[in-house]
Design a protein around this ligand. Structure first.
Ligand code: CMP
Length: 140
């Protein structure tokens, strides 16, 4: 297994409920290192650019509106097999299907307001990290 980096976002439903620390504890308990992190406020246009792959989906507008509705915490997580491990820690997209103990099972409010985002593959992880962070901000 290789050391990987993945992009994580703590979404507005979670920052509003002051859950950043509890969610970060889940990552760290699973052996993921938070090697970069910042709290930012996205505009709807920036959220739309980040989620451009979902442009044709019926929930796209709602998703962009939601992501711009409050601050988010964007992060780079590093560790062995970090992309898959983060997806395991997050749980299924729909909290109704998420395994017990996962972030979404414990904290997500709905399929749309599901507390966290995580990259799904090495190529998208690299693109998503570069969307939010410059090389200078990634010190390991
Ligand atoms: P995320 O992993 O951030 O990637 C795309 C997001 O779209 C997803 O999490 C959900 O928050 C959102 N999403 C997926 N399906 C739906 C849906 N049916 N209705 C609203 N939002 C959705």
């Amino acid at each position: 297994m290789a050391t990987e980096r993945t992009l994580s976002i703590i979404k507005p439903d979670a920052t509003r409920r002051n859950l950043t620390g509890k969610i970060n504890a889940k990552f760290e308990d699973a052996g993921l290192r938070i090697i970069a992190q910042k709290r930012i406020q996205l505009t709807k246009a920036q959220a739309g650019e980040f989620y451009a792959v979902h442009k044709e989906r019926p929930f796209y507008d709602e998703l962009c509106e939601f992501m711009a509705s409050a601050p988010v915490v964007v992060q780079v997580l590093e560790g062995e097999n970090a992309i898959a491990k983060n997806r395991e820690v997050m749980g299924a997209t729909n909290p109704a299907d998420a395994a017990p103990g996962t972030i979404r099972a414990e904290f997500a409010e709905s399929v749309g307001e599901n507390s966290v985002h995580g990259s799904d593959a090495p190529d998208t992880a690299a693109e998503e990290i570069a969307f939010y962070f410059s090389g200078l901000e990634l010190v390991g």
